[in-house]
Write a protein that binds this ligand. Structure first.
Ligand code: ZN
Ligand code: ZN
Ligand code: FE
Length: 764
């Protein structure tokens, strides 16, 4: 018989708020082991006495039977003299100075809780805040670590005896479920109309459903903020929502009650099923079916719909059969135009009163704002458009250790990123940093992440664009705290982001194709059609799209017609009266535009591929004015005829990718009446071929064979597919994003990697 020994285990990763201690507790009971388990701000500590064989089995089970929401990053064991424990206990949490603990993102309601929610015999029947160790709010209610109830916005709800018993019983699935609550002791839901409470509890939900069925717009408080909801099959309600929200035709997200209804309305692959049903419950972009019941006004000019399944108990109650079940509800973020999503009740009352006919509110506070995530599928992998609720604040594991740095991200679709050891923490979606509210949300977010993860940045990275609010924040802070600050070129950051996303350690350079809307170049021009040879330290610009003028700078983005004419002017092509952009602009505007371009007044040069897409879409008559970013390009892509295989030819030499021949051929095709879907295909094919040819030349000169694709243009699936296919045929290894978005939402990760590299003096 072997001797009694003590095993001391220290485990880090996502091990709190996921049922880890009860799991350890029941495992210890299985092997009749005595000792203890506790949370610390660094992870979970365990001590158990046992003989070698039993301890081995206990540890093996511990490693292999982990609770579903947990993720183990490190697992350390020390054996020593027995502790002579007399029972197995869960002991008080311990704070460890400076240590940190990954925090679980918010998790959708689990099957067990859903079952109870709909069981009339259960004491939480129809209770909209039901949750357990496997589900419910996390990130959005945590105010500090360790993750215990006093450090959440549930602190002010005193548990009733029933909830306390569940909370304390290690065999209960609500054991130490911090947000545990019931109708007796927990948060309450109510309906407010014109500032007055009209109903409470189930009655409030019933009345909200009735209002929705009557075509009204309701502000509904969710996990990370308020949604504005209306019936997605009611065209008048949808139009009214657009009018109030000042949102002309940017698509609205939808919530559908179940997969069967999603399937009736959209084409869904098996991976997409998985994404829809995953515990993150993102908005998934799906191909709409021809007989789709959703009104056209949800996503005008697009062939895809953004769909999600319900994720909170309240959502399920809105869809449950009594009353009026909906095929789909619009669930768009509760804000006016580009402001951040409203989270606090008073704030919602103030900011949304002109938008919503009623408020379905509750008194569980949202500590940190978190918008819905948006994803799509590319080659059997997730491809993010927005990485936020459900994913944030999960870390990206880095290929090597880095110093603590802060990267402040771009202007549009901002996220920031903090690093620590081998972790990068990209923030949730912050939004477009164009107003005071978003800036505040950004600053609060940074503070919160620094506190949660105990990070004190030693260097700051920022975008080269001098006027970005995120850049100014970085400058100010660097000055105040006397920190080194590093300006990072936008497209270099994109490429570094995609390298880190794919775990590249940067020991050799790669070819980076950064195709994008807008990014400040190191020559002061607006870049966006760049082929770089890069690593985390530096980049060389191997190729770029030939410059053309952007009259009015960034403001021109809203007017593709002007971009189109500026492009024609540069290429020495005529402004023919019959061309759609010419028709869209009056004689006067054309004359002043020409003067502006010729004089160069308030005009910047650009190599942006996003702008080339805009200009081309305008020339073929798709759109002369856009209401949201990349609208012209998105609509141009969505009409593409898949059967067309020809492509226009870009001239590629001396580091320049020249679109002159492309536009000349396009004009000839337009004149001979070639259809827009064919024009679209030929343009997309041409761009993909251009990348292939340019990368081929880079390979000849450098021998490099690895390519990363990053930048907002790679949200264009038609282009992405063609490009990846072409490059692979030539034997290239092609890497795309799959942990952070390819658009500017992923930029801060790359900024952080480059900043860390420079701060270290280029030495790893
Ligand atoms: Zn649950
Ligand atoms: Zn209770
Ligand atoms: Fe960008």
């Amino acid at each position: 018989m072997s001797e009694l020994r003590k095993a001391s285990l220290h485990i880090t990763g996502i091990v709190q708020g996921v049922g880890f201690r009860p799991f350890v507790y029941s495992l210890a009971a299985r092997y009749h082991l005595n000792g203890w388990v506790r949370n610390t701000s660094a992870g979970v500590d365990i001590e158990v006495d046992g003989i070698e064989e039993t301890l081995d089995e206990f540890i093996t089970d511990l490693r292999t039977e982990l609770p579903p929401l947990s993720r183990v990053d490190t697992f350390d064991i020390i054996f020593s003299a027995p502790g002579r424990f007399t029972e197995f206990e869960i002991i008080n949490s311990k704070a460890v100075a400076g240590a940190f603990q990954p925090i679980s993102p918010d998790v959708c309601i689990c099957p067990d809780c859903l079952h109870e929610l709909l069981d009339p015999g259960n004491r939480r029947y129809h209770y909209p805040f039901i949750n357990c160790t496997n589900c419910g709010p996390r990130f959005t209610i945590i105010t500090d670590i360790p993750y215990d109830r006093p450090n959440t916005t549930m602190a002010r709800f005193k548990m009733c005896p029933d909830c306390t018993a569940e909370y304390r019983n290690p065999y209960d699935r609500r054991f130490h479920a911090q947000p545990v609550a019931c109708p007796v002791c927990g948060p309450k839901v109510w309906l407010e109309v014109a500032g007055r409470q009209r109903a409470e509890g189930e009655d409030a939900i019933r009345q909200a459903k009735q209002l929705l069925a009557d075509g009204k717009i309701i502000a509904i408080k969710g996990l990370g903020g308020f949604h504005l909801a209306c019936d997605a099959t009611n065209p008048r309600a949808v139009d009214e929502l657009r009018r109030r929200k000042l949102r002309v035709d940017k698509p609205f997200a939808l919530m559908m009650p179940d997969l069967a209804i999603v399937k009736q309305n959209c084409v869904v692959t098996s991976l997409e099923y998985g994404l829809l049903e995953s515990r993150q419950r993102p908005i998934v972009l799906l191909e709409r079916k021809l007989d789709c019941a959703i009104v056209e006004g949800i996503a005008p000019g697009q062939h895809r719909l953004g769909v999600m399944l319900p994720y909170t108990p309240l959502h399920y109650l809105l869809f449950s059969a009594d009353g009026s079940p909906f095929t789909a509800l619009v669930m768009t973020s509760g804000n006016l135009s580009e402001e951040p999503i409203a989270t606090e009740n008073d704030e919602a009352r103030e900011r949304l009163s002109g938008l919503a006919d009623a408020f379905l509110m509750h008194d569980r506070d949202i500590h940190i704002r978190c918008d819905d995530s948006v994803v799509q599928q590319f080659e059997n992998k997730i491809y993010y458009l927005r990485r936020s609720r459900g994913y944030a604040p999960d870390s990206v594991q880095l290929p090597f250790e880095v110093p603590p740095v802060l990267a402040t991200g771009p202007e549009l679709k901002n996220t920031f990123c903090l690093t620590r050891g081998r972790y990068a923490f990209p923030s949730q979606h912050i939004g477009d940093m164009e107003n005071y509210e978003t800036l505040r949300s950004f600053e609060e977010g940074i503070q919160h992440f620094e506190r949660l993860f105990r990070i004190q940045p030693e260097a700051i990275g920022y975008d080269l664009h001098p006027n970005y609010l995120s850049t100014r924040y970085a400058m100010d802070r660097a000055k105040h705290e006397n920190l080194p600050a590093f300006g990072v070129q936008h497209h270099h950051a994109h490429i570094a982001a995609c390298m880190a996303d794919n775990g590249l350690n940067g020991d050799h350079a790669i070819i980076g194709v950064a195709f994008d809307g807008t990014g400040y170049g190191d020559d002061g021009a607006i870049w966006g059609g760049e082929i770089l040879v890069a690593d985390y330290a530096a980049y060389q610009r191997a190729f770029h799209l030939a410059y053309f003028p952007l009259p009015g700078g960034d403001a021109a983005i809203k007017r593709p017609a002007r971009t189109a004419l500026a492009l024609l002017w540069t290429l020495g092509l005529e402004w023919e009266d019959l061309l759609p952009p010419c028709r869209a602009l009056g004689d006067e505007e054309r004359i002043s535009l020409r003067t502006q371009i010729e004089s160069g007044l308030n005009t910047v040069q650009t190599s942006s591929l996003g702008r080339l897409f805009d200009a081309t879409a305008a020339l073929v008559g798709i759109r002369q004015l856009v209401n949201y970013e990349a609208q012209a390009a998105i609509e141009f892509e969505s009409v593409l005829d898949e059967s067309e295989s020809r492509g226009y030819h870009f001239e590629i030499q001396n580091g320049i990718m020249d679109p002159k021949q492309v536009i000349t051929s396009l004009l000839i095709d337009i004149h001979s009446g070639v259809s827009v879907p064919i024009l679209s295909a030929r343009f997309h094919n041409g761009v993909a071929e251009m990348v292939r040819e340019a990368c081929g030349q880079v390979k000849q000169e450098t021998g490099l064979n690895e390519i990363v694709l990053s930048g907002g243009v790679w949200q264009n699936m038609a282009l992405l597919k063609r490009t990846v296919h072409g490059l692979r045929k030539d034997g290239f290894t092609v890497l795309v994003h799959n942990q952070v978005p390819t658009n500017d939402g992923g930029l801060s990760l790359g900024q952080a990697m480059i900043t860390a590299n420079r701060f270290n003096g280029g030495v790893k």
